[in-house]
Design a protein around this ligand. Sequence first.
Ligand SMILES: Cc1ncc(COP(=O)(O)O)c(C=O)c1O
Length: 295
Amino acid sequence: MNYPLMSDNITREDVNTLISFLQQDPIPQFTNGPKVKQFEDEWGKWLGTKNNIMVGSGSMANELSLLALKFLHPDGGEILVSPLGWVSDFAAILHAGFTPVFCDINLKNLSINVHDVRRKITSKTKALLLVHILGYNGLSDDVINICQTHNITLIEDCCESHGATFKGQKVGTFGSISNFSFFYAHHLCSLAEGGMICTNDENLFNLFRCFRSHGMVRECPDQRFKDLILKQNPELNPDFIFLEASHNGRSQEVNAVVALNQLKSLDANNAIRSDNLLYFWIRITLYVRIIYYIF
Ligand SMILES: Cc1ncc(COP(=O)(O)O)c(C=O)c1O
């Protein structure tokens, strides 16, 4: 028996939708346009978050999340994180100039161990980067309470857990910021690469919109925020004010076209995943019991 670590879940219908998009006349816009906006809106409806910013990958979502946090905490500080995550979680912390502080993992959900979180909080702690692992929810009341009590920003990395829930509510809606990946190994694939940053915080939304496009203030949707920055820099051309040394994290339209189509079957695909888990879980626990009784 050979189960590959990942296989492509792009369907013929996804490809046909993409072909129709490409065959449009006049030729459509290819970067960060109406399809990206439509997918951001649909994603927000599916997840339950107000502001959703599509980016080129889950790693870029990690990167811009930590960059925004650094903007709010220019003196840096410590970020609590479990060592079981993806390399981009730790890279983003380091790139933004924070210090990662590793907490042990929780063996039940493979996320972070709340007792170790309690032990490692200091006056320098700025955020808890909680990674939901392999489709599981990693949250608990304790984790949420600790973040609230100590005024620590909760960032949820949901790149592997689209649709997982805590108390019936989807993960990615609890933290101030959440990140998703649409790489082809994950629950929803936006052709090949893709990601999303989600937040209900308007201030963070403004920052993410700028940071997604090199840090350019003109990308910010909030006129008041824009006016404030322009007022502080009257000598600069308003079209070329860069709030921060950021990246080009924009998504292409083709990724959004495929993601929109994939979103239609996300819940059904997740149900199949849960059934598969149950199938293996029942058999594995049964075999373990039989072996236990025999020996
Ligand atoms: C937990 C986690 N975070 C971030 C990422 C990065 O996502 P991407 O591959 O879209 O850059 C991954 C990718 O697998 C991941 O598993």
